[in-house]
Design a binder for this molecule. Structure first.
Ligand SMILES: NC(=O)c1ccc[n+]([C@@H]2O[C@H](COP(=O)([O-])OP(=O)(O)OC[C@H]3O[C@@H](n4cnc5c(N)ncnc54)[C@H](OP(=O)(O)O)[C@@H]3O)[C@@H](O)[C@H]2O)c1
Length: 250
């Protein structure tokens, strides 16, 4: 019997790890990727299965080779497919006039180039009769300008728009299929990315104190709530071709 299959990027920690755990709990076959290892316990509880792949999304040739080698058979055989474009970087943080070119390029590869390309590969490789869900991790920064976050705001805005374009493209190019793209904002989540954000300087990120205060007030949420909703979206049958959603804490 074929299982639902998910590719989740950035499963070594944070929201991506929680999403992988939740999907495995629900019986999905999950491929996770990151530069670092995932916790050894991930997938141990089943009933789904987990395979971790050490990949750096800035290394585009390695990504392309891995996708060609590891994915087509999985995508063809699965009962449904989800791509959770979760991996992302916050750095480089600082005003545009001080940005390091190489760091900005690495940022855009991880946050924009790789996820956009992965979504296109899935749309091309997944059989037209197999439901395909693409969940792009978004943020308020996709629509609101934060000084010091040129790369992060631009990449999240770009990922959001690329999802809309992909949804439009399923009306042509021979891509007609059951595809739904969701731009999903997980709220402010207690992860390493938030710790990194609080560790930046006020000079580089003038709104830093706001996030320090939110953390001190206990306003950050655990990754489990958004992960639960993302797993629901991966399994949902009644989604429009493109939609947005965001986690709202109780
Ligand atoms: N936390 C929040 O408050 C918040 C709010 C809005 C949106 N988001 C979004 O939610 C998503 C997850 O964020 P998070 O808070 O869980 O971040 P996180 O704790 O920093 O985790 C980021 C994940 O991305 C992976 N990653 C980073 N660079 C990579 C690379 N070059 N190649 C492969 N994997 C890479 C990391 O793994 P390795 O370092 O091991 O490679 C890690 O698993 C991101 O898209 C973020 O923008 C988060």
């Amino acid at each position: 019997m074929s299982l639902p299959f998910a590719l989740v990027t950035g499963t070594s920690r944070g929201i991506g790890l929680a999403v992988a755990e939740e999907l495995i709990r629900r019986g999905w076959d999950v491929f996770g990727l990151a530069r670092g290892a995932a916790p050894a316990s991930l997938g141990a509880g089943g009933p789904g299965r987990y395979a971790h792949h050490l990949l750096d999304l800035t290394q585009l040739a390695a990504l392309e080779a891995w996708v060609a080698d590891a994915l087509p058979q999985r995508l063809r055989e699965a009962s449904r497919v989800a791509l959770v474009n979760n991996a992302a970087l916050l750095a480089p943080v600082g005003p545009a006039h001080r940005l390091d070119l190489g760091a900005l390029d690495r940022h855009l590869r991880v946050n924009l180039t790789a996820p956009v390309w992965l979504a296109g590969r899935c749309a091309s490789e997944v059989p037209a009769t197999t439901p395909l869900r693409v969940i792009n991790l978004s943020s308020g920064s996709a629509t609101k300008a934060y000084p010091g976050w040129t790369g992060y705001c631009a990449s999240k805005a770009g990922l959001h728009m690329a999802g809309e374009v992909l949804a439009e493209e399923t009306a042509g190019y021979g891509l007609e299929r059951d595809l739904a793209v969701v731009s999903y904002a997980p709220h402010i989540v207690a992860t390493q990315m938030q710790a990194e954000l609080r560790a930046t300087s006020e000079e580089d990120f003038p709104l830093r104190q706001r996030f320090v205060d939110l953390d001190a007030d206990g306003a950050l949420v655990s990754a489990d709530g958004p992960a639960h909703e993302i797993a629901d979206l991966c399994a949902a049958d009644d989604l429009p071709a493109f939609s947005t959603a965001r986690y709202q804490p109780a």
